[in-house]
Design a protein around this ligand. Sequence first.
Ligand code: 5CA
Length: 442
Amino acid sequence: MRLSRYFMPTLRENPSEAQIVSHRLMLRAGMIRQASAGIYSWLPLGLRVLKKIEQIVREEQDAAGAQELLMPTIQPADLWRESGRYDEYGKEMLRIVDRHNRDMLYGPTNEELITDIFRQSVKSYRDLPKLLYHIQWKFRDEVRPRFGVMRGREFYMKDSYSFDLDRDGARRSYNKMFVAYLRTFARLGLTAIPMEAETGPIGGNLSHEFLILAETGESEVYCHGDFLDYDPMANEVDYEGNLQPIVERWTQLYAATDHKHDPARFEREVPAARRVVARGIEVGHVFSFGSKYSKPMGAEVTGPKGETVAVEMGSYGIGVSRLVGAIIEASHDDKGIIWPSVVAPFQVGLINLGPGDAACRDACETLNRGLRAAGIDVLYDDTEERAGAKFATMDLIGLPWQLTVGPKGLAQGRVELKARRAGVREELAPEAALARLGVLRR
Ligand code: 5CA
């Protein structure tokens, strides 16, 4: 992509409305623009990151055996009357009346709608278990939308729903999602710690929140330092096998947010040197709530002895749009964003310091072609900006690699390669730079 043609409206100054670093950097890097309080447009650079995160979330859901579908954003109020949540949900629900005077709503979550889909077609225990998910926009009319995409009113969520015949089955489904979440966040370059959680308006008695540590997190967290050394990707996972030992390993050490914190237990169970007190961002939340929706909504199947059973359900959410901000909170410096390679909008920023110079142009074109032929996404800065401004923009948008071509270096057969995270610069021949970036010589 040529920067001269790319729509990436960066800002030099810090926008005054942004209180936290991810919000500031997303506005400054031209990733998002606010449409109204807590409601954002995703510009090309931001959308690329959102889609990359979405794809990693999807791959890990699929690996765990969940099946993707897509439900609408607008739902009929009648389903929510059946569960009793239409009145309970209060002002956070955006209520809409259509032209036929029917009550509708912009979905804040989808337990009712998925239960309706399920009850229409699944009638026998033989068709269980089922694990379904979608990735769709949600709306919650938060009193205080803030921190940009971290607490929006409209936000992008992956939500999964499980249906099982009995408690053991429901626990197996819960464990699948629990393990899939550990792996999803690890792939995104995050250390997410599961903590026992309140169930709030979703309901149920078994629930964990997954939090990543960051100074600007909304909750205070207390946990054992060993969590920070665990690697969820260390072993292969067999999702059809027994996942309970993995879940136990991740739940036996102390970890709690301020809501559930027990200072006496913390001191008893965690040696002083291993006590971590920090702030955290909730990036995922899993719930098991038995028959809370299946019973009132009549989601029942015939069991093995011919009896009628209300299915055991759970729901599992990941804040996909919140993750964009959360990753920035966890990975930035005073110059800008530092994207983990797996979610970076482009892998390489190719900077031409002599756009008027034929040799520089040719060298850049050759590098750009070579990288793209190898399947590497390149943002090619072919603009007439000053060198200092070009470097500042590249640091701001945080691509993993910066490859700079200038007239002086090129005359000596050299280009400069900089790794954004380490900040290390290296002068080398163009061919060697390509090799370093993983382009194989043909
Ligand atoms: N139905 C359940 C599970 S699917 C549910 O809605 N859970 S939730 O309320 O905990 O939301 C799931 C995830 O969505 C949260 O962990 C958080 O990462 C994200 N999320 C929730 N509210 C917002 C918001 N206002 N802005 C951005 N992300 C949000």
